[in-house]
Design a binder for this molecule. Sequence first.
Ligand code: ATP
Ligand code: MG
Length: 354
Amino acid sequence: MTQRRHSIAVIPGDGIGPEVIEAGQRVLEALADRFDFALDWTTFDWSCERYAETGTMMPEDGIDQVRAHDAIYLGAVGWPSVPDHVSLWGLLIPLRRDLDLYANVRPVKLFEGVTCPLAGRTPDDIDFVVVRENVEGEYSKIGGRLYEGTEHEAANQVAMFTRHGTDRIMDIAFELAQTRRKHVTSATKSNGIVHTMPFWDERFEAAKTRHPGIDTAAYHIDILTAHFVLNPDRFDVVVASNLFGDILSDLGPAIAGSIGIAPSANLNPARTTPSMFEPVHGSALDIAGQGIANPAAAIWSGAMMLDHLGETAASDAVMSALAETFKHPETRTRDLGGTASTSEAVDAVLKAMG
Ligand code: ATP
Ligand code: MG
């Protein structure tokens, strides 16, 4: 039997990015040995550091260089001296858009041993997934300035929701709910945004008929954010537009303890291009180079990558091991009130895998 091989494009990035990615690679390599598959890594230096040296975040043919891989494993990019439009529009957004990674999937889970900022909540109460539309909606380039520099100056921005784009993100959310607790919540605002959001609601209704057996709810985004804080146990899968999903997918990890744990997947579920897996956190330059970054978000993102590549047993094994390490202060990193360094936290995960 030939061994399963997966080719991974690795983009460590800036700050703690390379530290947590190296930690994740150590864990993934150990899993590959144990579950008898192989990972072929190709590393790309695309980052703000590269931008400082060469003037671009990635080469002009960068997207084509990663296109043939099975997945992309990204750390974090960002330097305070490099404006967001350079780091975002020079790397992350082209990767998402040109590879059509239209589904941003962010699990939110409170682990035993992790302090929840919401009083009285237990791990049973917080276990849901935010599914964010990642390539259209509010984040469009359509619009501009009128009467620039005059007292009548104005700016407008067109949000674009297509039937194709909306239906396919709904389908991802409903299919995910099918594998979980069979409930989907839609984030809307059709009382205030009178064209795109009623359309979003219609497509949500249409998705319900395509996916019988799934319970649903819909909330306006304002009250939905309140429910995240007051009633997180209401949620299983939450489907949201690009803007609303962006907000919810930062609020979600915040209620589950630490940004150092939260993972994300940018998926092309059709698998015609490599999907991308990355921690939610940024380059965290304040703690870079100290060996204290929490590797959990990178490890969990790696587990999601293995799951996407069909290595579900390996993915399950690392998640159980990771959960075990949160229970003890000596195997938790400092952001979780523990004492472990990045490498000690990785050692603990490897040990818990047995
Ligand atoms: P960005 O601008 O991309 O959001 P950032 O440098 O602001 O990046 P964040 O990742 O947003 O950093 O993190 C905010 C703070 O949370 C950091 O300054 C850091 O102290 C902490 N933090 C983030 N990630 C981790 C981690 N993996 N382990 C420990 N602490 C972290
Ligand atoms: Mg930040």
